[in-house]
Design a protein around this ligand. Structure first.
Ligand code: Z5A
Length: 208
């Protein structure tokens, strides 16, 4: 089974992934965890370029292509082998992030969004999550939670991140037109344990 956690930066993905890893281990599931972008030698270099190096100008389509290239390697090196071995693959962000950050948040049209899903699916070699949990958190609250230096994308300001939050809801609403599997929007403002209860209930009803 392939499970993705997605949502704005600071929405609490890392905390929920910690709970999920514990739950999976407790219930005897062998799992592999990866974060996107990164987690391969190529992906880590692309990640540093995309998020860390503000001296290199990257145009929007190149940015989308770099995120997709990092993911292609991650699928090839880690996700496909894990799934083929019968393990649960757990990812922190996936193609949905590209659809939202490089699509909706920059004002892409519905046709462009559909094209991004299509090309993104090719780069992901057709390997898409069975279950996607979207942590829905107001950008102002996310920003309050993140008391650290901002990366290139985090530094884009509140308007961009408001479009990111809206983009997640739009993507969830049109999910079945573009992707297999199921996506669930989870309110990320209650306590971490309350959020995990909701995720766990859905997971228990779906996991094989
Ligand atoms: N990006 C992209 O543009 N296109 C793509 O295709 C992909 C990614 C794949 C990757 O960032 C950046 O790349 C990201 C999108 C872009 N940038 N932005 N903006 P990353 O991997 O470095 O980090 P992140 O994904 O943005 O997440 P994060 O900063 O690590 O945050 P998080 O994992 O969602 O949250 P957290 O670490 O679990 O929690 C943050 C804080 O909030 C922490 O102090 C927690 O204790 C606290 N927290 C968590 N839950 C709660 C609740 N429920 N209440 C109160 N406080 C909480």
């Amino acid at each position: 089974m392939f499970i993705a956690l997605d949502g704005g930066d600071g929405s609490g993905k890392g905390v929920q992934i910690g709970f999920l890893k514990g739950w999976l281990a407790e219930h005897g599931y062998d799992s592999v965890f990866v974060r996107d972008p990164g987690d391969t030698p190529l992906g880590d270099r692309i990640r540093a370029l995309l998020l860390g190096d503000s001296t290199v100008n990257i145009c929007p389509i190149a940015e989308a292509a770099l995120f997709m290239a990092s993911r292609a390697q991650l699928v090839y090196d880690k996700i496909k082998p894990a799934l083929n071995a019968g393990k649960v693959a757990l990812v922190d962000r996936y193609l949905l992030s590209t659809i939202v950050y490089q699509g909706y948040a920059i004002g892409a049209t519905e046709d462009e969004i559909a094209e991004l899903w299509r090309v993104g699916t090719v780069f992901a070699q057709g390997v898409l999550p069975d279950l996607t949990f979207i942590l829905d958190c107001p950008p102002e609250e996310c920003e309050r939670r993140l008391a650290r230096e901002k990366d290139r994308i985090e530094a884009r300001g509140i308007d961009y991140h408001t479009r990111v939050a809206q983009g997640y809801r739009l993507a969830a609403a049109s999910w079945s037109q573009h992707a297999p599997g199921e996506a669930f929007v989870i309110d990320a403002t209650p306590s971490p344990l309350e959020i995990f209860e909701k995720i766990k209930t859905i997971l228990e009803s779906r996991i094989r």
